[in-house]
Design a protein around this ligand. Structure first.
Ligand code: SF4
Length: 383
């Protein structure tokens, strides 16, 4: 099978081109055509040497992921379901905001971590995505949105990427790294390191690797202020307990593009939302509970219930009271707005339709893609 050029960062593409006897600047041209212009047809890459244009077909291709469905929320959020073969599907979500467009990208089909509050975790783990499958989500979304939002040449639709879709990105590090490099590369998407966020449940050794290889913004799924509770909610905590995790976060900050770590905290009614737990959280991040202090922001996430979890969302007033304890202690705290509820694109809901489709594999036939309602997306994006 022809190699999918979405598999490569620029270094990888240069090596591929060198194998064809081509100089590095040809790889740069090719990379720009693919990622900056969204071109998949080599014959249209007009400034590539004709000899290279003639060599590539058959050896290489730019292979997008097949789209199973595309849904547009009333608030402009767009959710794509991509077929990654073998009965597996992954989701990618575009979230338009006033000042930016965010893409939430998946790194695995399913997830092995098994957090209790996460519907992706409940579905189990199928497999790691390849670099091409991770990059293809951004490649497709950026160029599809440019077309539908009718953006001018050079304008981009997505300026913020969060690796917060399905999967634990740091358990698929080898594939993740070239995809991150492509996101950051000025010859491709040119995103700021501050605008690319890897979200992890706490794979401590790989936080250190990321710090060395490609320090981007880091978000950590914390969800509990003590090991006893976190062992239950985020089973990976049994392997990497809080003092190790916070130590890794502190070390990460030495090279991070932001001077804080974002801690995600899913608000679960009667489980982790008591005022005393907020106080324990303050003690934890300020270094008064046996773990190192970490400069951080807290992002409180109202839980999106799914039937198998047996959990419910904290009431609004309890979330507000929890946030106040943190804010009074001087910790910047936000409560995440839920977006795309009507299309199940809110955080932690990404596996709902996938799980259903996986179970009903025989129904995994392509449905016609619904074109986004331009007005809704454009209004939502404020463009
Ligand atoms: S929250 Fe993240 S790490 Fe935990 S099960 Fe869900 S996808 Fe995996």
């Amino acid at each position: 099978m022809a190699v999918n050029l979405l598999e490569y960062d620029l270094g990888g593409l240069a090596a591929f081109c060198a194998g064809l006897g081509e100089k590095r600047f040809r790889a740069v041209q090719l990379f720009r055509w693919i990622h900056q212009k969204g071109e998949a047809d080599f014959s249209r890459m007009t400034d590539l040497a004709r000899s290279l244009r003639e060599k590539l077909p058959g050896l290489a291709e730019v292979r997008a992921l097949p789209v199973i469905s595309e849904h547009v929320s009333a608030d402009g959020t767009i959710k794509w379901l991509f077929d990654v073969g073998g009965g597996n599907a992954v989701e990618t979500v575009f979230i338009p905001e006033v000042d930016r467009g965010t893409l939430c990208v998946s790194s695995q089909a399913g997830c092995a971590v098994g957090c209790r509050f996460c519907s992706t975790g409940a579905q189990g783990f199928s497999r790691n995505l390849s670099t091409a499958e991770i990059t293809a989500q951004l490649w497709f979304a950026e160029h599809r949105l440019r077309q539908h939002l009718q953006l001018a040449e050079g304008e981009r639709a997505i300026d913020n990427v969060v690796m917060m879709g399905m999967g634990e990105p740091l358990q698929n590090y080898t594939a993740l790294l070239p995809a991150l490099r492509t996101m950051l590369d000025d010859h491709a998407y040119g995103l700021s390191r501050r605008r690319v966020t890897v979200s992890t449940s706490g794979v401590v050794p790989m936080i250190e690797r990321l710090r060395q290889d490609c320090p981007v913004a880091l978000a950590v799924s914390l969800h509990a202020p003590t090991d006893a509770l976190r062992d239950d909610l985020v089973p990976l905590n049994r392997k990497y307990p809080l003092h190790e995790l916070l130590g890794a976060c502190g070390a990460y900050l030495e090279r991070a593009p932001r001077d804080f770590i974002t801690f995600e905290y899913c608000m679960l009614d009667g489980v982790n939302d008591a005022p005393e737990q907020a106080q324990a959280l303050v003690r934890l991040v300020k270094g008064r509970a046996g773990a190192p202090a970490v400069a951080c922001k807290l992002n409180l996430i109202p839980f999106n219930p799914f039937p198998a979890s047996g959990l419910t969302r904290s009431p609004r007033e309890r979330i507000v009271a929890f946030a106040k304890v943190l804010q009074d202690a001087g910790i910047v705290t936000t409560v995440r707005k839920t977006r795309g509820d009507d299309i199940d694109a809110a955080c932690g809901q990404l596996a709902g339709e996938v799980q259903d489709r996986t179970r009903l594999n025989e129904r995994l036939t392509r449905r016609p893609v619904r074109i986004p309602v331009r007005a809704a997306a454009a209004d939502g994006a404020g463009r």
